[in-house]
Design a binder for this molecule. Sequence first.
Ligand code: GRG
Length: 302
Amino acid sequence: MLKNKDLKSLIEKDIQFINTKLDYYLNCCEPKELWQAMRYTALLDGKRLRPLLALESTRICGIDNIEKVVPSACAIEIIHAYSLIHDDLPAMDNDDYRRGKPSNHKVFGEAIAILAGDALNSYVYQMIIENTPKTVQPEVLLNIINIISKASGPNGIVGGQVADIIAESKKFDEKVYDYICEYKTAALFEAAVKIGASIAESSKEKFEALSNYGKLIGVAFQIADDILDITSTQKVIGKTPGKDLKSGKATYPIVFGVDKSIKRVSALCKEAIGNIKNQNVDSALLLKIAEETVAKVSNNDS
Ligand code: GRG
């Protein structure tokens, strides 16, 4: 396994590479106002976790040349950006800040923010088809498009977001909360590792193990996000904290407390790692993402 220093520089190199590609794919066209709004949120500093996972999963499954997966990996990040733009709108989470900067609608107005989200969400398929190397077999590409469209639609983040909105007016139900985490948040993590494994035409067992890792880490990530809404600051999370309590929303940490929630995050991350270890996958990055998800909610200075 890689040493910490080597892993850090590999992550930095990958993030720089992803950012260069995002900048290229989202090259400004007409109408300029629309593309500026699309680029604004998509290119703001973020951790780029989902594309990093897609690149790593490709490598884990035996392909070092990541060019084949880059358009799809960036597509997941762009869909994530679209969901952030729409989630911040007054009709949804109504937040003025995202990634430490004014949210999209605060800069461009609501109408353009809605359309920028729509445009990002549909542009990714044109982007994948036009930029994926022809060495990727058409049936593999079709499968990837299916994975991405499923994760971003009613069977993915939109379904999860709707379940979240409906749950707000109901009594807390743990099963519904888990469903929301799996669909609203974990769907894109799962899709990211699945596209890497698909491009590399991995074994069924490895594909399943990576998918489970993505799902479990994604659920842990959402619980962690809900914990940080209670325990963290705007400077750290880049958006307004304390909103769940203020709006009367019942989340796992609000109902069961922060300590029990941290234990659940830790258990989910352990299970995620167990899944890939069972397949003899030795990935410093996947381990680091799991460890950092636990660390960010366990540190008192968060
Ligand atoms: C389809 C409108 C719509 C929404 C779907 C994904 C989503 C639901 C809403 C976005 C806001 C939200 C609470 C997402 C949950 C996942 C989460 C913790 C997002 C933040 O992801 P990070 O930490 O962010 O990877 P960066 O900025 O680093 O990319």
